[in-house]
Write a protein that binds this ligand. Structure first.
Ligand code: BES
Ligand code: ZN
Length: 840
């Protein structure tokens, strides 16, 4: 490949099998290793180039397959490209060779590559775990390798570990023998042929649960000692997911065993290493008897998502990093299907409304991007893990599935998996398989959603009594933009349902009856709807006949029009008044989000309005679960209480008092604070709390008996409203808060009562944050500023971020700043009108 850019490896040597030995020293934070890689050399050469960074390569050589000839190599490092070139003492002939290398490295504390995680054990001693996180391009930090996703190879891993430590990798243990110096040599079964980013090793004082037989696959959880009682729920969800995907894809699970490993320090939620999936503790370990439904759903989600990747991602893998969106969007879509079958009563697809709305919010900005974009340098892959990849990606996949029908869609996926197993693909390979299976033009529909940013606003205009005209334009908060999509639209009216694919030209459809005309029936179209004429009143009057997702969309679209300045905010708020009987937690969550914006824009008037809407619902739900209530009622209960605890002046007194009573009682009797209302009570106490409460919540965080409780106590710290307490909580982010937990906390503090105080702190500690956190986690902190409504503060934030760019976070930061400007403009436009209308 003569024109290939410097960051890509030449295709002149292709690996097929790695024999890899690693020996971590958990006391010295170092490791040493050696490898023998079976390669095929395409043409006579004196040079082999592969990836490595932050490794010292102590020897490298090429050896003939029979072991007779050995060519020593001299290593030169190219740090910029994260490559090494091994120059041989003489040229070798094309054909099969063995690449041998020895190397050493450091177990870093940056949560990538081969890194260390620490915890304090039950005896009070600090213990170390050596573990890996390789996606996207950090396998090269652990061993020299051809670290691009289409260099698939088999991995035969050996770990040399100190006696008494648990060692895990992708395969099961095939030999475990004592060696010198109090060490053991643990050899793992060779993997299937797969990408380097899926290799994993974990070494440390971990406990592993007994095997569960999940349809022939041994399934286990590994975690730090003392937490194994929190594993059963993940095992149940994992066994379900293995069975579900085996059936769905019609292909057996592609690895021999599956370990789910909970780690005290972990940058993301979880990682789909083949057969050895790693998680942060909150995403895996839970006390089922005491957790909120939201927390249980999160665990079922993450487990299902990563197990979906065993097929979609691990067995069939993207050719290059532009394909990350397909990998993640599909795993997210499959996760939802799986969790919906695991606990149908959770109504997982209704809950997805919140995630989808997060995508619509960012994608309504000028600074959005297409779902699939070119990724040049591998570091750019890090910028792909955002709401457009996951939430928009999965939402448009859901739209396609709903359009084609579940059966045809699944047939297409099966064909794709069978055709490309052990291989690498591009997005179009999937559309081709789906078209073949369904006979529908999947590719032309999807191209407009994938290669173009943004989404349409579909306007429904009544034409006489029995026709509706549909037309589209691009929805943008900032207004004005031209683009069209191939929009699959379902329209429901009194007498039935019509389906059209709306293109450049408006279409007219016949409708009948006087009831609501629901454009985007079912709610799965990735677009917003504007109802004109009497259609708006008809749908508002027919709220009770809408599905949960349709109700969500109606309010969400109305509010988006207000933010965009296309309609006065009072119009959306009037509609919102009709939602007092709502039962869908996602819709309550939307109401809560709108209420938070109102609190910022019209602080003296929001409470009364929110109280009118939510107090009757709070009375209905109470604090405790009621006999025979829906499985989603607890989640709604928690949100409604959070709403009142933070807003309403009338009812607040009683909610605040009851929150405090329950938080205090929970110190001796955990049952006083049921899982579903725990978050609301803790936040309410903090919101109205003083220094003594801060001490109380901190103590609660330190002594929490589950990862979820720890998270909830920590998140509540963001709610204190006294500036001095806000600063104290910020300071904790540099001391006792683990680096993995810093960005969610700072994000919440920035979105809290004193954004200016919090922002000042962020500026003052910026360099430390950048040094301590992976840069994509720094980007997540900035999410906290998007609802800033203070003009001067917004200007300061923008100026700072423009002069202090976050590596690879540029596009996301631009989106956040534009969203912030949208809120500033909204506040400027609406604050006077809202103050007068909310008060009345
Ligand atoms: N492959 C990702 C993990 C990942 C994220 C690697 C970013 C490198 C960069 C994994 O499958 C994933 O998507 N994890 C999610 C959780 C999931 C349930 C959405 C995560 O970590 O947030
Ligand atoms: Zn994923």
């Amino acid at each position: 490949m003569p024109d290939q850019p410097a960051y890509r490896l030449p295709r002149s040597a292709i690996p097929s099998r790695y024999e890899l030995t690693l020996r971590p020293d958990l006391d010295a934070y170092t490791f040493s290793g050696s490898e023998r890689v079976h390669i095929e050399v395409a043409a006579a050469t004196r040079e082999i180039t592969l990836n490595a960074i932050e490794l010292e390569i102590t020897s490298a050589a090429l050896v003939s397959v029979d072991g007779v000839t050995r060519h020593e190599g001299k290593v030169t490092y190219d740090e910029n490209e994260q490559q090494v070139t091994v120059t041989l003492d003489s040229a070798i002939e094309p054909g099969a060779w063995l690449f041998d290398a020895s190397f050493t490295g450091v177990l870093n504390d940056k949560l990538h590559g081969f890194y260390r995680s620490t915890f304090v054990d039950e005896q009070g001693t600090e213990r170390v775990i050596a573990t890996t996180q390789f996606e996207s391009t950090d396998a090269r930090r652990a061993f020299p390798c051809w670290d691009e996703p289409d260099f698939k190879a088999a991995f035969a891993v050996t770990l040399e570990v100190k006696d008494g430590l648990t060692a895990l990798s992708n395969g099961h243990v095939v030999a475990d023998d004592p060696i010198d110096g109090g060490y053991r040599r643990v050899r793992f079964a060779e993997t299937m042929t797969m990408s380097t980013y899926l290799v994993a090793f974990v070494v440390g004082p971990l406990v592993v649960t007994e095997d569960v037989d999940a349809g022939g696959t041994p399934l286990r959880v590994a975690c730090v000692p003392g937490k194994e009682h929190l594993a059963p729920f993940a095992l149940e969800a994992g066994a379900h997911a293995l069975a579900f995907f085996t059936d769905f894809f019609g292909i057996a699970y592609p690895a021999g065993k599956l370990d789910l490993v909970a780690l005290p320090d972990f940058a993301f939620g979880a990682m789909e290493n083949l057969g050895c999936v790693t998680f942060r503790e909150t995403a895996l370990l839970v006390d089922q008897s005491d957790a909120s439904t939201t927390d249980l759903m999160r665990i079922a989600d993450v487990v299902a998502h990563e197990i979906a990747h065993m097929w979609f991602g691990d067995l069939v893998t993207m050719k290059w990093w532009n394909g990350i969106w397909l990998n993640e969007a599909f795993a997210t879509f499959m996760e939802l299907l799986c969790v919906d079958s695991f606990r149908p009563e959770w109504k997982r697809w209704d809950a997805f409304a919140t995630e989808r709305a997060a995508a619509l919010r960012i994608d309504g900005l000028e600074a959005t991007r297409p779902v699939e974009i070119a990724v040049a340098r591998p570091e750019e892959a890090d910028a792909m893990f955002d709401v457009l990849t996951y939430q928009k990606g999965s939402a448009v996949v859901r739209m396609l599935e709903q359009y084609l029908g579940a059966e045809a869609f699944r047939e297409g996926l099966r064909l794709y998996m069978q055709r490309h197993a052990y291989g690498n693909t591009e997005t179009t390979d999937l559309w081709d398989a789906i078209e073949e299976a369904s006979g529908e033009p999947a590719r032309s529909i999807m191209d407009s959603w994938i290669y173009q940013g943004g989404y349409p606003l579909v306007t429904a205009t009544p034409i006489g009594a029995d026709r509706v005209r549909l037309s589209q334009s691009r929805f943008r908060y900032g207004g004005g933009a031209n683009a069209t999509w191939q929009v699959p639209v379902r329209v429901r009216h009194t007498a039935g349902e019509e389906r059209v694919v709306l293109g450049d030209e408006p279409v007219e459809i016949a409708v009948s009856g006087a009831g609501p005309v629901v454009v985007n029936a079912g709610g799965w179209g990735f677009f917003r709807v504007r109802y004109e004429g009497d259609l708006r009143g008809r749908i508002a009057a027919g709220l009770a006949s809408l599905s949960a997702l349709e109700r969500y969309n109606l309010l969400s679209d109305a509010w988006a029009s207000a933010l965009a300045g296309a309609a006065p905010a009072t119009e959306a708020l009037e509609l919102m008044q009709a939602y007092g009987d709502e039962t869908d937690p996602a819709t309550w969550q939307l109401i809560l989000a709108i209420a938070k914006t109102l609190r910022r824009v019209a602080p003296d008037h929001a409470g009364e309005f929110v109280g009118r809407l939510a107090a009757p619902a709070a009375a209905r739900y109470g604090w405790e679960a009621q006999e025979g209530e829906d499985a989603t009622a607890g989640t709604s209960r928690g949100i409604v209480l959070e709403l009142l605890g933070g807003f309403s002046d009338d009812t607040r007194a009683s909610v605040v008092k009851e929150s405090r009573r329950r938080v205090e009682a929970a110190e001796s009797d955990p049952a006083a604070l049921p899982g579903d209302v725990r978050r609301a009570a803790l936040q309410t106490v903090a919101r109205h709390g003083d220094e003594a409460d801060l001490t109380r919540l901190l103590e609660g965080m330190r002594t929490a008996s589950t990862p979820q409780d720890e998270t909830q106590y920590r998140a509540a710290l963001a709610e204190f409203t006294h500036p001095a307490l806000v600063r104290r909580v910020c300071d904790l982010c540099l001391t006792e808060i683990r680096s993995q937990d810093v960005s969610p906390l700072l994000m919440l503090i920035l979105a809290g009562a004193h954004p200016a105080v919090a922002w000042e702190w962020v500026e003052a500690n910026w360099d430390t944050l950048l040094e301590r956190l992976p840069s994509n986690l720094v980007t997540r902190i900035v999410l906290g500023v998007v609802e800033t409504v203070d003009q001067a503060l917004a200007a300061r934030i923008r100026a700072f971020l423009e002069t202090h760019p976050i590596p690879v976070g540029g596009a996301t930061v631009r989106q956040y700043l534009e969203l912030m400007d949208t809120h500033v403009a909204f506040a400027t436009r609406e604050s006077a009108a809202l103050a007068s209308s909310l008060g009345s």
